[in-house]
Design a protein. Structure first.
Length: 308
């Protein structure tokens, strides 16, 4: 039986009478790559801040590896490394020194900290910048530093709040590769992101949170299969008026000699649709397919895109 790394039960939080979280239940398994998706104001940051001890909950329970985050706060916080979206650190020290301080907060000896910091700086492409102050780094380098800071004490759980926001495509793919490696090493990763593609590529399981409530959860492929919609567009060069009767079991629209079908699974339905059309004597010029995505699932559940 797989143990839970993080178990959130009936978590609620309000600010000045405005409900930020309402009875949120989330379970993240040990070693799982978990995505928490939602638009701004959905409750993602509040959830993370309560989990890491920065915000007090109104009600509910959170356990990290079976230990209550309030009763066993020293243990639970030692298990978590967080790369926050916003920077809140001393801008006047070199990043190497800042990482040494961070390691010291977790009781890591200077010798062990030095080895760990050198490893992270090299792995994240920051070695040449180790004597630079944070204010001298580019946005992408600051993101790398945030991840190094989260990993300096080698935590079992890594929380990444929008880790690739505002970085270029090359760096985004480099970070994806590194996150995959950490996951393969057995790390539990909690990712919040506005990039749906990022969640689809990396996450084994996601929860979609909207207006402080978890509205659905599951493996991305399963959610797409259950709630998403794919498209098949068939371009015809010859039309037969009896064709609509043959296609009455499908949902489709017609624009001159172009038919667009809305289906659950394009790969399963495409051969059936082509067979029906071909038997009717119509000539097919070309066929195009569009796959559903988590963005479609999110839109169907919330009525808005994740970046709106």
């Amino acid at each position: 039986m797989t143990t839970s790394a993080v178990k959130i039960q009936k978590l609620s939080k309000s600010y000045n009478g405005s409900e930020a979280l309402s009875n949120v239940d989330i379970t993240i398994l040990d070693g799982q790559f978990f995505g928490l998706l939602g638009p701004n104001g959905a409750g993602k940051s509040t959830t993370i801040n309560i989990l890491t001890g920065l915000v007090r909950k109104d009600s509910g329970n959170i356990a990290v590896f079976g230990k209550d985050i309030e009763k066993e706060y020293r243990f639970t916080r030692s298990q978590i490394g967080t790369a926050q979206q916003e920077l809140s650190i001393d801008w006047f020290f070199p990043i190497e020194k800042l990482l040494q301080y961070q390691a010291g907060y977790y009781g890591i000896s200077p010798k062990n900290a030095k080895e760990r910091i050198e490893e992270l700086l090299n792995r994240l492409g920051l070695w040449k910048k180790r004597k630079s102050r944070l204010r001298q780094l580019s946005g992408g380098m600051k993101r790398r530093y945030q991840i190094a800071k989260a990993l300096v004490h080698d935590p079992k759980i890594i929380i990444l709040d929008e880790p690739t926001a505002g970085v270029d495509v090359e760096l985004r793919h480099e970070l994806w590769d590194y996150l995959r490696q950490l996951h393969q090493q057995g790390k539990t990763i909690l990712l919040t992101t506005h990039y749906i593609e990022e969640a689809e590529l990396l996450c084994e399981y996601v929860s979609i949170i909207h207006k402080g409530k978890v509205i659905t959860e599951g493996a991305p492929k399963n959610l797409i299969s259950q709630l998403g919609k794919a498209g098949i567009t068939v371009h015809l060069t010859k039309w037969d008026d009896t064709l609509p009767a043959l296609l009455q079991s499908y949902s489709y629209t017609q624009n001159n000699s172009q038919l667009h079908f809305t289906v659950k699974d394009a790969e399963t339905e495409i051969s059936k649709i082509i067979s029906l059309i071909s038997k009717n004597g119509c000539q097919i010029q070309r066929v195009e397919t569009t796959k559903s995505s988590l963005e479609d699932v999110f839109l169907s559940l919330t009525g808005r895109g994740i970046n709106e």
